[in-house]
Ligand binder design. Sequence first.
Ligand code: ADP
Ligand code: MG
Length: 261
Amino acid sequence: MVVIEAEDLYKCYWVGEVAFPALNGVTLRIEAGQFAVLAGRSGSGKTTLLNLLGGLEVADRGTVRVKGAELGLRTKDQRSLFRLRHVGFVFQAYNLVRVLTARENVAFVCQLQGKNRRECLESADRWLERVGLGELGRRRPDQLSGGQQQRVAVARALASNPDIVLADEPTANLDSTTGRDLIALMKLLNEEYGTTFVIASHDPDVIEVARPLVRVEDGRVLGTQGKRPPVAVPCAARTLPITRRILHALAGLGDKPRNGN
Ligand code: ADP
Ligand code: MG
């Protein structure tokens, strides 16, 4: 069963009048239960793609469907609600709430889902046990090592019983042994619970266990584009004011200004 379907995604970031094309026509399908790794060098578009798949941002063009729901058609609030029910996140820098203990961090999403606090804390304790931190639930993040904090983050991501977990460079701040242990844990949870994982990473140890490995380069996914050339949108579209764009279109000049026009 296909759980994530991205079709011809384009995303451009604007800083003033300067355009940074981040995605240039990404098409991607992820099946339920896969342990997909988006691999590519820094700046290739991995984070942007994850943000679109999780509905944190919307594409300029193209569609994202998660479990059949088209995220681009939803409001920001509707997308937040969708994330709360269906998506777990793991970040490079752990992103735990400093003032909460490990078990409170894990219980947090469950409480946001409207469940009873005690029930959430009990479930959090079980998840911490599951990631090997049963004894450390009452510590705050600054009393835990990086590897332990990331295990808390993994427990938090799974405690809400999501369909998909999106992880952005989860091992990048960890030494190689700790990183390998973490990815082994994520793979184990993926197999045990059937949760779909999509992980952005250029860590060789993560790439090794990828299923499937998705290569990202210059805002495109290699091997899925067929022979179709990239379309020069949407970054090109804003470089001309609308009236000039219409004039150019009528004159058959396309998007590019020419000398003398
Ligand atoms: P990766 O995660 O693979 O390093 P990103 O998705 O972060 O790649 O970035 C893809 C491209 O988009 C890069 O060229 C980056 O500079 C650009 N980009 C990403 N976010 C922004 C932003 N907020 N403003 C401007 N450019 C951005
Ligand atoms: Mg990134």
